[in-house]
Design a protein around this ligand. Structure first.
Ligand SMILES: [Zn+2]
Ligand SMILES: [Zn+2]
Length: 229
């Protein structure tokens, strides 16, 4: 056993991050390309100069795009922008953060970084090789940068994934704490961190829910009988 560098809970060696933290990072990597679409759409919102009669009559047109959004969408600097030592100040654009970590990952894996997919700049690549990242010494730094990035983007787009509670109890800890968050691959237990694929959850649900429902009916019937007597 080892310790998760992100949350200090137990991780199974040789992992440096626990399954729950990996799940969170994977969720962000799935969310980021979708958020970039929303960011692009909000680039011009609310920034148009007053037009027509009764306009504010400004002497200068305001910046036609939102500066905060532009900062997030800005292109990465040319060449390698390695900031995995965390020594570069200032908020980084989405692309720069993802590029830097993809670059670090490719170096660790000893291969060339594939060409950029502009619609999902390196998020796909990072998700594909996340199994390596959660065994690296730098996972906590990547987690912190992605957390910051996601927080900055959600503040602009006012959009965050919703959690839908699931009705079956957790097969591992029996708590009614399973839920599915938008854009994530797994259902997760908030109590013990167990992850289930949709197929695993459905199989589990089909096995436990009918007996639970029968038990509920029996309890309700017993309650009614007691009230009547
Ligand atoms: Zn963890
Ligand atoms: Zn659980």
């Amino acid at each position: 056993m080892s310790t998760c560098l992100i949350c200090a809970h137990t991780a199974v060696q040789p992992r440096t991050a626990c399954a729950r933290c990996e799940h969170r990072v994977r969720g962000w990597l799935g969310e980021l390309p979708r958020q970039v679409v929303l960011l692009t759409a909000s680039l011009e919102l609310g920034t148009r100069p007053a037009q027509g009669f009764g306009g504010a009559g400004r002497a200068h047109s305001p910046l036609p795009v939102r500066g905060d959004v532009l900062n997030l969408l800005g292109p990465a600097a040319p060449g390698v922008v390695r900031d995995t030592a965390g020594d570069q100040g200032g908020p980084q654009p989405v692309h720069a953060v993802l590029h830097a970590w993809a670059d670090q990952l490719a170096e660790d894996l000893g291969h060339m970084l594939p060409p950029i997919n502009p619609s999902a700049p390196y998020a796909d690549y990072l998700a594909r090789h996340l199994g390596h990242a959660v065994r690296s010494s730098w996972i906590a730094l990547m987690h912190a940068e992605l957390a910051d990035l996601v927080r900055r983007i959600r503040a602009v787009t006012s959009t965050e994934p919703r959690r839908r509670p699931l009705d079956a109890p957790c097969p591992s800890c029996s708590a009614f704490a399973l839920g599915h968050v938008d854009w994530q691959t797994y259902a997760a237990c908030e109590a013990c961190g167990l992850l289930l694929t949709p197929a695993e959850y459905e199989t589990h649900r089909a096995a436990v829910m009918p007996p639970l429902a029968r038990l509920g009916v029996l309890l309700a019937a017993q309650h009614l009988t007691q009230e009547a007597s």
